[in-house]
Design a protein around this ligand. Structure first.
Ligand SMILES: [Zn+2]
Length: 322
């Protein structure tokens, strides 16, 4: 009998910093083999692309929530990993921002080839208050925090001490764990992932599966794929023009000046950094949105040609997505 593979589930609401945390972990593996499974709610797995820059053992599970609509794919992948000749020393599963990390852990624990290393939930300290009161996603974010075995507060560097303390206190109100770190640039203590002792099971945990969680009504992803080059400022204002219903956008864009950017929109926050050359503009939008929102916004963004600026792929999430 081979020893079980430690399994760490990384959860947290859309844009909380899960991918950053995994990339930080991959720069400091202490010589361990780490396999990363990345669930992205959108049709194009942007997070997997970002993690592949650090690791070649990355498996993408996209176009749905891995704890419900594409749960079968998760099981198949776990079986494939446990059957490998050379098994990883750690399996990390990045949950999508709308998934239930507890449920993912439970699916993993159905297979005795794995043991639970922990459920690490990233919480954006800057946005915790507005996320928790959000009518669509507040309850989901609360659940994610409640079932964590460790919490990583992100973006505390952007806050003063009082606000950072406030964020910590809010998390502790809801979480059953007392383990709360501040994750500077996604860095968290290696012991969280590499200790030989498994995390104590979160409340509500059993080797059976919790009922399917219900995603917010109207939650969809819309994928833009385009050969156009975009004006950066116009692209930004396009994204901002429906930010009341847009929860998250992420992807890569080719700009009119010939450069390329990696872009992230989290609520009202836009963040773009230069990236390597890419062949197409690919952006995933997630929110209570329609194709027309994206179409209308981008039609207003000057691009390199005057043809329709984008092709959208509608993503229908079948299953219990309410
Ligand atoms: Zn789900």
């Amino acid at each position: 009998m081979k020893p079980p593979i430690p399994l760490a589930v990384i959860g947290g609401y859309l844009g909380a910093g899960k991918t950053t945390m995994i990339n930080a972990l991959l720069t400091n593996t202490e010589g361990r083999r780490i396999t990363v499974l990345v669930n992205d709610f959108g049709a194009i797995n942007i997070d997997a692309a970002l993690i592949r820059e650090r690791s070649d053992d990355v498996i993408g599970l996209e176009n749905g929530c891995v704890c419900c609509s594409i749960g079968g794919k998760l099981m198949e992948t776990l079986i494939e990993i446990s059957a490998r000749e050379t098994r990883p020393d750690l399996l990390v599963i990045e949950a999508s921002g709308v998934s239930d990390p507890l449920r993912i852990a439970q699916v993993g624990m159905l297979d005795r080839a794995f043991r639970l290393q922990g459920i690490v939930v990233a919480v954006d300290a800057q946005r915790i208050d507005e996320t928790l009161v959000n009518a669509y996603v507040g309850e989901m974010a609360r659940q994610q925090i409640a079932t964590a075995t460790a919490i990583v507060l992100t973006r505390t560097d952007l806050l003063d001490d009082v606000s950072a303390q406030h964020a910590r206190a809010r998390v502790l109100e809801m979480a059953h764990t007392r383990i709360v770190f501040e994750g500077d640039q996604g860095k968290v203590p290696g012991a969280l992932f590499f200790s030989d002792t498994a995390a104590s099971a979160p409340r509500g945990f059993s080797r059976s599966i919790a009922p399917l969680h219900v995603l917010p009504t109207g939650l969809r992803s819309v994928t833009l794929r385009s050969d156009e080059r975009f004006d950066k400022r116009a692209l930004k204002s396009a994204c901002m023009s429906f930010s009341d219903r847009l929860l998250r956008a992420k992807g890569f864009a080719r700009l009119v000046d010939g450069s390329c950017i990696e872009l992230h929109v989290v609520g009202p926050r836009w963040h773009a950094t230069p990236c390597r050359d890419i062949a197409h503009t690919e952006i995933v939008f997630i929110g209570m949105i329609e194709d027309e929102d994206v179409q209308r916004a981008l039609a207003a963004a000057p691009a390199s040609r005057t043809e329709p600026a984008c092709q959208l792929r509608e993503e229908r999430h079948v299953g219990r997505h309410g």
